[in-house]
Design a protein around this ligand. Structure first.
Ligand code: NAG
Ligand code: NAG
Ligand code: NAG
Ligand code: NAG
Ligand code: NAG
Ligand code: NAG
Length: 492
C-alpha cells in the first residue's frame, strides 16, 4: 500500500516538474494579466510558487490568449473491438496546449498527462501528439467505462464505454462420474464457457435413434455460476442416455461441445416371440436380446434347469446384446419352457419362451368387421374357429368355424369377415382357436370387435382416409423442427 502511495506521489512530482512551465505561465499571467483568469490545477500552481527564482525559457515571442476553461470536443462514445485488436479512445480538448487530462478506467486513475499510473499495464499508452488513450491487444478484461477528465479547477469529463468482444468458447465440458451413471442416480453436466458479451448457453441432447432435442426445465435444472454453466438431472432414466451438447452463442460467434452420457442399469430382456411352434426334428431358433450397459451376460434355461454351454442338444450363439438358442427336438420332452436370462453388475432379468407343438396364432387384428391373423404350425391344420362373446351382460361364447387355408405350409395368413354372420350390433371380444394334428392352440390376447349393423362400406373407407391425412400433417412439422435443431446444433 505504502509503495503504491509512494509511487503515486512520485508520479505527481514528476508530473509537476514536467508541467511546471505551464504553471509558470499561469503565474506570470496572473502578474501581467487579470487575476480573474483561471489557472491550472491547484497542485501545479502551488508547486510553481516555489520556483520564482527559476527562469522562464519558454518561447514567449507570441503573447498567448487569455487562458479559458478547457472544453472536451469528443463526445461520449461506445467503442466495440474484438479481443486482440487495438483501440484508440479519443479525447480531444480545446485548447489543446496547456490542458492536462487524466484517464480513469472504472474510476481508477490510469494516466495523468502522459504518465502511466498503472505501470503493470503496458498495453495502455497515450497516443503521440494527442490526449487519446491507446489500448493495444485488447482483452475482454479491458471492457469498462473510461473517463477522460481535464485537470483544472472545475474539471470536465466524458465517459467512453469500451466493450471488447470475444467469440464464445466452450473451454471444457464434463459430466459427473465420467458420463457413466447408474439409472436413478444424479447427473451433473458442466460447461466452462468464455466469451464477451457473456454468451447464452443452450443445452440439447441426441438420444439413441432420435433427433437432437433442446433441453428445457422439465429435463433438468440449469444454473450458471460465473462462466460455469451446469445442467443437473436428479434421477437419470435409461432413455436419457445419449450425446449431450452445450451450445454457446453471443453476437460475435458460436461454439459448442459435446459429451456422451451412458446410463447403466440392470438388463431388460426382450424375446422376439413368447411362444414358438416347432415339430420333432425341426430346428427352432429362440431369440433373445438385452441392450443395457454394462453389457449383460446371457444364460438359457430349460424348464428352470441351466443349459450348459457344452450341452450338445443345444446351440447358444451370443453376439453383443443378442443371444440365440437353437433347439433340435427329438422327443416330446424336448418341448417346454425356455428362459433367457441376462445379468450385469446391476442385476438380472429373464423372459421365457414356450416351445410347443400346438399351433401358434399371432398378429390378431380387427379392422371394422374384417379379422386377420397368422398361424404358425409345422403340423397339418385340422380345425380353426373364431370365438366371439358379446360385451353385454350374460354374453355367451359363439363359435364361428373358419375354413382351413389351402395347402400345407408352416405359416398361414388368414382373413375372415364378420359382416355376413348375422351378428347383433355391439361390442364383442374375439379369440382365434386352431387345432393341428397334435393339439389345440390359439391367440392368447382377445381382440375387440365392434359390429355395426348396416355399416356402409364407405364409412370404413372414410375413416381410413381421415387417418391417412391426419398422419400427413406430421412429417412437414418434423422436417421443419429437424432443420431448426440441425441449424442450432451444427452452427459453428
Ligand atoms: C531570466 O530572464 C531574464 C530576461 O527574461 C534575464 O535577464 C535573466 O538573466 C534570466 N536569468 C537567468 C538565471 O537565466
Ligand atoms: C517561438 O515560437 C514561434 C512560433 O510558435 C517561432 O516562430 C519562434 O521561432 C520561436 N522562437 C524561439 C526562440 O524558439
Ligand atoms: C462517468 O462515469 C462515472 C462512473 O463510472 C460517473 O461517476 C460520472 O458521473 C460519469 N461522468 C459523466 C460525465 O458522465
Ligand atoms: C474439465 O473439467 C473437469 C472437471 O472439472 C476436469 O476434471 C478436467 O480435467 C477438465 N478438462 C480439461 C481439458 O480442462
Ligand atoms: C426368472 O425371474 C423370476 C423373477 O425374478 C424368478 O422368480 C425366476 O426364478 C427366474 N427364472 C429363471 C429360470 O432364472
Ligand atoms: C439369431 O437368429 C436370427 C434369425 O435366425 C438371426 O437373424 C440373428 O442374426 C441371430 N443372432 C445371433 C446373435 O446369432
Amino acid at each position: 500500500m505504502e509503495l503504491r502511495r509512494l509511487a503515486l506521489c512520485m508520479a505527481f512530482f514528476v508530473l509537476a516538474v514536467s508541467q511546471c512551465s505551464e504553471a509558470r505561465h499561469s503565474v506570470r499571467r496572473r502578474e501581467t494579466f487579470d487575476d480573474d483568469v483561471n489557472y491550472d490545477d491547484n497542485l501545479l500552481a502551488d508547486e510553481a510558487g516555489d520556483e520564482d527564482t527559476q527562469n522562464d525559457t519558454d518561447n514567449d515571442s507570441q503573447p498567448e490568449p487569455i487562458k479559458v476553461q478547457a472544453v472536451i470536443e469528443t463526445t461520449p462514445t461506445f467503442y466495440e473491438v474484438e479481443s486482440g485488436a487495438d483501440q484508440r479512445l479519443e479525447c480531444k480538448v480545446s485548447p489543446d496546449t496547456g490542458t492536462v487530462v487524466q484517464w480513469f478506467k472504472n474510476n481508477m486513475p490510469y494516466f495523468i498527462g502522459g504518465i502511466n499510473l498503472h505501470n503493470e499495464e503496458d498495453r495502455y499508452a497515450i497516443a503521440p501528439d494527442s490526449k487519446d488513450l491507446l489500448i493495444k491487444n485488447a482483452r475482454v478484461s479491458d471492457s469498462g467505462v473510461f473517463r477522460c477528465e481535464t485537470v483544472q479547477q472545475s474539471p470536465i469529463a466524458i465517459n467512453h464505454t469500451l466493450l471488447v468482444t470475444e467469440k464464445p468458447k466452450v473451454v471444457n465440458m464434463s459430466s459427473s462420474s465420467g458420463g457413466v451413471v447408474g439409472e436413478g442416480s444424479e447427473l451433473t453436466l458442466t460447461c466452462v464457457v468464455t466469451g464477451s458479451p457473456v454468451p447464452t448457453v443452450l443445452w440439447s441432447v441426441t438420444r439413441k435413434g432420435q433427433e437432437n432435442e433442446r433441453l428445457t426445465e422439465k429435463d433438468g435444472e440449469f444454473s450458471a455460476d460465473g462462466n460455469i454453466y451446469s445442467l443437473y438431472i436428479k434421477s437419470v432414466k435409461r432413455d436419457q442416455a445419449g450425446k449431450y451438447y452445450c451450445y454457446a452463442f453471443n453476437k460475435v460467434g458460436t461454439h459448442q461441445a459435446e459429451t456422451e452420457v451412458i446410463v447403466q442399469r440392470k438388463p431388460q430382456v426382450h424375446v422376439t416371440r413368447t411362444i414358438v411352434n416347432s415339430d420333432l426334428r425341426i430346428e427352432a431358433v429362440l431369440q433373445c436380446s438385452a441392450h443395457e450397459e454394462p453389457r449383460p451376460h446371457f444364460r438359457w434355461y430349460k424348464d428352470g434347469g441351466l443349459i450348459e454351454d457344452s450341452s450338445s442338444n443345444y446351440k447358444i450363439i451370443t453376439h453383443g446384446s443378442h443371444s440365440n438358442l437353437t433347439v433340435f427336438p427329438t422327443d416330446d420332452a424336448d418341448f417346454g419352457t425356455f428362459t433367457c436370462e441376462a445379468e450385469n453388475d446391476f442385476g438380472k432379468h429373464n423372459r421365457s419362451i414356450e416351445l410347443v407343438q400346438s399351433p401358434v396364432v399371432e398378429d390378431l387384428e380387427v379392422d371394422g368387421s374384417k379379422m386377420s391373423w397368422i398361424v404358425h404350425s409345422h403340423q397339418p391344420l385340422k380345425e380353426m374357429e373364431v370365438q366371439l362373446k358379446s360385451h353385454s351382460e350374460n354374453g355367451e361364447w359363439r363359435r364361428l368355424t373358419v375354413p382351413l387355408p389351402e395347402g400345407s405350409r408352416h405359416t398361414y395368413e388368414v382373413t375372415y369377415l364378420l359382416d355376413d354372420k348375422q351378428l347383433e350390433a355391439g361390442q364383442y371380444e374375439a379369440i382365434v382357436k386352431v387345432k393341428n394334428s397334435k393339439s389345440w392352440g390359439g391367440s392368447n390376447e382377445p381382440a375387440n370387435v365392434n359390429i355395426e349393423v348396416d355399416t356402409p362400406v364407405e364409412y370404413i373407407q372414410h375413416a381410413s382416409v381421415y387417418r391417412g391425412s391426419a398422419h400427413s400433417i406430421r412429417p412437414a412439422y418434423t422436417v421443419l423442427s429437424t432443420i431448426l435443431m440441425y441449424l442450432l446444433v451444427r452452427m459453428l
